[in-house]
Design a protein around this ligand. Structure first.
Ligand code: NAD
Length: 406
């Protein structure tokens, strides 16, 4: 009898969780497991803001896919996914076509620019390892150039962060620790540096606990961040950004570096696939399958799961992706073993949310308890280490974990 073929697209949190659980649960004679990813490494998306600011080396935020998969059970294909064809049960890769019996789409998210002109051309996004390296090097270059040029261009020392969501705030937390080091390195007066956080909503971290938000804003302001709240970015240019002043008039904020951290969407491959979606995210059935596609699971940032209590989608987080990966793997095992009737319903178990503010400060709500400062920062590192533990075991935690708890 032919073994069923499970193809998992993406080696992010969701994809790797699925594969590591499948390789444990299934015998070699039960299924062929294929994992496809564009790089031969996984990166911790939730640590990219550190690599972008230059407070953590980019190699610390990634590890080889090979170090967590069992090659005797999993075939790894390093390739770009170009097309998903559910009607033909196949996926087109840059290296050729792959057919599947079960497909797991775990391709992660993409930056959402809402059609704002100039952003794609003139702003950076904290989206992958190389983009993070580019941001770090760009800021470094701006400071180095300012230090050596005779006619000083102060815009080189101006950094705009667009969006005060978790990504924007976590990046700012790292940036305010990194910039004083850069200033010392390049003999630049820190008072000449301007760091703006521009947010469209009337508050920083919209929807988060107001007391914790106030703490975060105060900590970042103390270190030099200037918040421009209720100020939507309308355009990005070679000179900086243009914002809506509130009266419909545009105001220019000049900056040599613009980081766009104002939203994510699912993968554009979802939109091309013909699977029903909303902004490239699939509102999955309770068992994580795409509606109308019995053999296609969608997890992570490409999926949409509604929190019935507030009738809004759960946020696309690593925590949820990993939990989905576990349920998805168990459901595929059931399908393969002919247990169709008892597929598990996915229900997120939100243990908490922590937003870092640099290496030794953070805010968070964990098991319903509010935390700030080093306690919150400790929790954040434990969360980071837990993700490594869940996917790669204690060995990976020892290799890549965060242990600087002071
Ligand atoms: P987000 O959508 O959560 O935040 C984007 C922010 O940008 C919002 O506050 C929005 O009002 C603002 N914005 C949108 N358009 C704008 C404009 N034109 N001008 C200025 N501001 C604008 O995006 P994110 O921060 O990248 O987070 C994405 C998801 O990942 C979220 O669900 C978040 O909860 C999650 N996340 C979690 C953590 C964590 O738990 N520590 C860290 C990072 C991201």
């Amino acid at each position: 009898m032919n073994k069923p073929k499970i193809v998992v697209l993406g080696a992010g949190y969701g994809g790797l969780m699925t594969v590591t659980r499948l390789q444990k649960a299934l015998g070699q004679d039960e299924a062929n497991i294929v994992l496809v990813n564009r790089h031969d490494y996984h990166y911790e998306t939730t640590w990219l803001h550190e690599a972008s600011a230059g407070t953590l080396h980019h190699d610390r935020v990634r590890y080889d896919v090979d170090s967590v998969i069992n090659r005797s059970k999993v075939e790894f294909v390093r390739a770009e996914v170009e097309d998903i064809k559910p009607a033909e049960k196949k996926v087109v890769l840059s290296t050729g076509e792959v057919e599947y019996d079960y497909l797991v789409i775990a391709l992660g998210g993409e930056s959402e620019t809402f059609g704002i002109p100039g952003l794609k051309e003139h702003a950076f996004t904290i989206s992958n390892v190389n983009a993070a390296r580019q941001i770090r090097e760009h800021i470094d270059y701006q400071f180095a150039t300012y230090a050596t040029e005779t006619e000083k261009d102060e815009n080189r020392l101006r950094i705009v962060v667009g969006g005060a969501g978790f990504t924007g705030i976590e990046f700012l937390g790292e940036l305010v620790n990194r910039v004083p080091i850069l200033c010392r390195e390049y003999d630049i007066d820190y008072s000449k540096v301007r760091i703006y956080c521009v947010e469209a909503a009337p508050t920083v971290l919209p929807g988060f606990d107001p007391e914790l938000v106030q703490y975060a804003v105060a900590q970042l302001e103390k270190k030099g961040v200037e918040f421009k709240i209720g100020t939507p970015i309308k355009e990005a240019t070679t000179e900086g950004i243009k914002v809506d002043k509130g009266d419909g008039e545009l105001e220019e904020i000049k900056a040599g570096t613009v980081i766009w951290a104002a939203g994510v969407r699912g993968s554009s491959l979802i939109e091309k696939s013909g699977i029903e979606n909303m902004r490239a995210r699939v509102k999955v059935d309770a068992d994580l399958r795409a509606p109308g596609h019995d053999n296609v699971f969608v997890i992570g940032d490409c999926s949409l799961v509604i929190n019935e209590e507030i009738n809004r989608p759960y946020p696309p987080t690593a925590q949820i992706s990993m939990q989905q990966g576990e349920v998805c793997a168990r459901n595929i095992v059931k399908l393969i073993r002919g247990d169709q009737g008892t597929l598990e319903t996915f229900k997120p178990d939100i243990k908490g949310t922590v937003c870092s503010l640099g290496d030794n400060d953070a805010i968070g709500v964990v098991y319903g308890k509010k935390l700030t400062g080093t306690k919150a920062s400790f929790m954040k590192k434990m969360i980071d280490n837990r993700a490594l533990l869940m996917i790669g075991g204690p060995g990976l935690v020892l290799k890549k974990g965060k242990f600087n708890f002071i």
